[in-house]
Design a protein around this ligand. Sequence first.
Ligand code: NAP
Length: 248
Amino acid sequence: MLESVKPLEGKTALITGGSRGIGRAIARALAAQGADIAVVSSGNGQAAADVCRKIAGEYGVRTAHYICDVSDFEKTKETVGNVRSDFGGIGILVNCAGITRDGLILRMKEEDFDRVVDVNLKGAFNMIRHCSGIFLRQRGGCIINISSVVGLTGNAGQANYAASKAGLIGLTKAVARELAGRNIRCNAIAPGFIGTDMTEGIDTDRISASVPLGRIGCPEEVAQAAVYLAEAAYVTGTVLTVDGGLAM
Ligand code: NAP
C-alpha cells in the first residue's frame, strides 16, 4: 500500500519557545503533519531535548534543539544559520517565545518594560530578519507570530506585555505586505487564556466566567490554528484569535 504524503513533509519548522506550553504543542502538531522540527529555547535545554526526542519517536521526523535568547540579534543570526545548515533550509518560522513581567504602570520598572518588549517583539523581529533572506532564496516561506488578545484589547497590569503583543500585530501586517509578492506569508495568532506555565496560578474559575465558551483553552487548540496557517496558501496578514470568544 502507498503511504500518503503528509502536507508539511519536506519542510522544516523553526519554533521559538518550543520547549514548553504553546510552542511545544505547535512543534508536535506541525510534526504530525510531516514537518521537521527545530526547537529554540533559552533555558538549560533539557525540556527542549525531551520535546525533540518525543516528537522524533512519535512522528519519525528530524528534530534538533538550539539554545538562544531571541532578544540577542547576533545570537539569533548564528542560530538561524545553524538551523539552515543542519536541516538544509527553513520553511516555517513560528515566533512563540514570550515572557511576562506584570505590574501597574505607575510602578512598572523600566527594565521590566524593556525586557518584555525585547523578548516578545524584538525577538520576533530578529528571527524574521534572519529568516527572510532564506525565504527569499527559497522563493517561499511562512511566518506565524504568537501575539495575544491582550494586544487587541489591552489589559490592566500588562502595559509592557500588551504593547509587545500589539507591536507584533503591526510587525505581522508590515511584513505580510512587504513579502507577499515573494510568496512569503506572515500571520499572527492571538490566544486568549491558555493553560501553561505562563498562566499558572491564575484564578481559573474567575477567568472562565469571563470567557463566552466558559473555560480557558489548551495549547493544542492554539496549535490547530498554527497548522491551519502553515497550510493556508491564500491567507496572509491576518490575526486569528483563539480565545473562546473573549475578545469579540
Ligand atoms: P511558557 O509556557 O512560559 O513558555 C515560554 C517559552 O518561551 C518557553 O519555551 C521558553 O523557553 C521560551 N522563552 C522565554 N524567553 C525566551 C528567550 N529570551 N529566548 C528564547 N526563548 C524564550 O509560555 P506559553 O504560555 O506557552 O506562551 C507561549 C507564547 O504564547 C508566548 O509568546 C505568550 O506570550 C503567548 N501567549 C500565551 C498565552 C497564555 O495564556 N498562555 C496567551 C496569549 C499568548 P525556556 O523553556 O528555555 O524558558
